[in-house]
Ligand binder design. Structure first.
Ligand code: NAD
Length: 328
């Protein structure tokens, strides 16, 4: 079976080459994306692995099935950009990737610390030899209550790592986990978490029940000066509510690794273009808003695992083998 690897980044190539050699696989590496324009040129009975965050819906699934391409993997953990119902309808099996939760968990801890110690302003000042301290006073994490929403692989790792700081940790998840209770106290409602937490970090998946979970109503219930961190998925937080919260100073600091509507520019160099996402262009200029380019996952360890998972799940699905990464 031929495998087309789309959206291949330079840092992934060595791992693809290794798999080709070690497993004798026929993998064509491509830097473009799987789209309605590229699908007609693929070989029949091949398989595809993608990395891009474009939407893959009914039309794409139908086009893949027309080429007898029944195996699709995304080299990401998140798969909210893939319409699994449409995939099922056209008999396409889909798998996502897996990598250790530490990459995103470590990054989340860094975001919390960068927000609590006004690092962005300190960095700005250093660049112009401004060595003053005014306005740079921070807060110590051990004195604070950290609220973690979503205690799956990443959320529970954040909690375990946070426990070393000696802070109070409260958590909310639809399905509380016994092992998390060692480090954190679950609250019964999100309202309780909003009321008590000085810092809130979100780690749920994105679906209909979590879309805009953090909206204007939720923010109104939080402490004044709350620190909000999102290293999960942009649409978990309503962008206009974040802007209002920063403008009114209800939100003390924001650490965002992902934002709503990032799909059209995420991981692209757009520095010479007219950048049209007004919301993020406006929001990222604030001294207390840290925005990074959806890079929490981006470690050597994670990239290797993403490539291996993306390729080997296609091979397993094609051989009818069980893979824990298969979604449909
Ligand atoms: P996971 O599936 O292990 O955990 C998700 C948790 O959310 C589960 O415990 C689930 O019970 C909980 N949940 C679902 N709906 C809920 C609701 N309505 N209320 C409360 N809890 C709810 O997922 P994970 O691997 O820990 O990933 C967490 C998030 O991080 C995902 O959104 C994923 O897309 C994102 N992510 C981001 C990056 C990045 O680079 N920024 C990288 C990987 C993953």
């Amino acid at each position: 079976m031929k495998i087309y690897a789309f959206d291949v980044r330079d840092d992934e190539r060595q791992y693809f080459e290794q798999l080709k050699k070690e497993k004798g696989l026929d993998i064509q590496l491509r830097t473009d994306s799987l789209t309605m324009d590229t699908i007609p040129f693929l070989e029949e009975n091949s398989a595809v692995t993608i990395l891009g965050m474009e939407k893959y819906g009914e039309a794409e699934m139908k086009a893949l099935a027309a080429k007898k391409i029944y195996y699709l993997s995304t080299r990401t953990i998140g798969y909210d950009h893939i319409d699994l119902e449409a995939a099922k309808k056209y008999g396409i099996h889909v798998a996502n990737a897996a990598y250790g939760p530490e990459s995103v968990a470590d990054y989340t801890i860094m975001m919390i610390l960068l927000c609590l110690r006004p690092y962005k302003q300190a960095l700005w000042r250093m660049q112009v030899n401004d060595f003053s301290l005014g306005g740079l006073i921070g807060r110590e994490i051990h004195d604070l209550t950290i609220g973690v929403i979503g205690t799956g692989r990443i959320g529970s790792t954040v909690i375990r790592e946070l426990s070393g700081f000696g802070c109070k940790i409260i958590a909310y998840d639809k399905y509380p986990k016994e092992e998390v209770k060692k480090y954190a106290a679950y609250v019964d409602t999100l309202d309780e978490l909003y009321k008590e937490a000085d810092v809130i970090t979100i780690h749920t998946v994105l679906n209909d029940s979590t879309y805009h979970m953090i909206d204007g109503n939720a923010i109104a219930k939080m402490k004044d000066g709350v620190v909000l961190v999102n290293c999960a998925r942009g649409p978990l937080m309503d962008m206009s509510a974040l802007i209002a919260g920063i403008e009114s100073e209800k939100i003390g600091a924001l650490g965002l690794d992902t934002v709503e509507n990032e799909q059209s520019y995420v991981h692209q160099n757009r520095k010479t273009d007219i950048f049209s996402d007004r919301d993020i262009a406006y929001l990222k200029q604030f001294k207390n808003v840290i925005y990074t380019q959806h890079m929490a996952f981006y470690t050597e360890e994670a990239v290797r695992s993403m490539v291996e998972a993306g390729v080997l799940s296609l091979v397993d699905m094609n051989q009818g083998k069980e893979t824990r990464l298969q979604l449909v």
